[in-house]
Design a protein around this ligand. Structure first.
Ligand code: GLP
Length: 239
């Protein structure tokens, strides 16, 4: 695993954007794996700046997002579809028809997960996947458990994730209890992974990752098996 230690959030955002920009420049019709949460917002700001400056174009880019709450409407300002439009897609030259987020309104969520997994395979995998982590070490919405699921699936959110994510909702009761998420195997369809982490509250999860042990109670530890992961983190995560 490559590790890039940054002095602060802004540097982490810039370094991650530079890696992504290299991928886009090298393959204009690439497939980008996108993530939500507060962590990648700065990265998206840098990508918007680079796009406006003419350094990169999203014209031929396809994107797939990791996950979505279930149920949730795309017009809900807490949905991940809404987040992606607002934080990136509305500000760059991307064709929104080429952007995918699992459908939080699907009548049959299991069928939606099967469709999503097949779509990723048909795209030929993901050129570079952005990942953040939850405080409990989840990636996407692959929550700590005795078993981890390989394919895109419906999952129950843990109490700790509901509590952590409630800061974005009016109240904890408003946080959806389920989500649709790419599985560990779907994430591993990415040829390259950028794992972004900042904030001391994620130290325990990062220390599990760096202990070189596989622990399903810290789903991010599975990334030790992937051949091309770059951890881009702030120094406080490693203290
Ligand atoms: C959500 C997403 C994860 C993300 C996590 C961390 O739970 N499903 O993909 O990594 O939030 O969020 P933040 O970056 O705000 O800490």
């Amino acid at each position: 695993m490559n590790i890039i230690v940054c002095k602060n959030y802004d540097e982490m955002s810039l370094r991650s954007a530079e890696i992504m920009a290299e991928v886009i420049k090298g393959k204009p019709a690439c497939v980008l794996g996108m993530a939500t949460g507060s962590t990648p917002i700065g990265l998206y700001r840098n990508l918007i700046r680079m796009n406006k400056a003419g350094e990169i174009s999203f014209k031929d880019v396809t994107t797939v997002n990791l996950d979505e709450y279930y149920p949730i409407a795309p017009t809900n300002d807490q949905s991940y579809r809404y987040f992606m439009n607002e934080q990136l897609f509305d500000h760059v030259d991307i064709d929104k028809a080429k952007t995918s987020v699992p459908d939080g309104t699907a009548a049959d969520p299991e069928a939606e997960c099967r469709r999503y997994e097949e779509m990723i395979s048909l795209l030929g995998g993901i050129d570079v996947q952005i990942l953040g982590i939850g405080r409990n070490g989840h990636i996407g919405f692959n929550e700590p458990d005795a078993k981890l699921i390989l394919d895109t699936h419906v999952t129950d959110l843990t109490a700790s994730t509901i509590e952590a994510n409630s800061r974005f909702f009016a109240s904890e009761a408003d946080v959806p209890r389920r989500a649709l998420t790419m599985g560990i195997g779907s994430i591993f369809k990415a040829r390259k992974i950028i794992l972004m982490v900042s904030g001391a509250e994620k130290k325990a999860a990062v220390s599990a990752l760096l202990s070189r042990t596989l622990d399903t109670n810290f789903p991010l530890t599975m990334l030790n098996l992937h051949p091309d992961v770059t951890l881009v983190c702030t120094a406080d995560v490693l203290d």
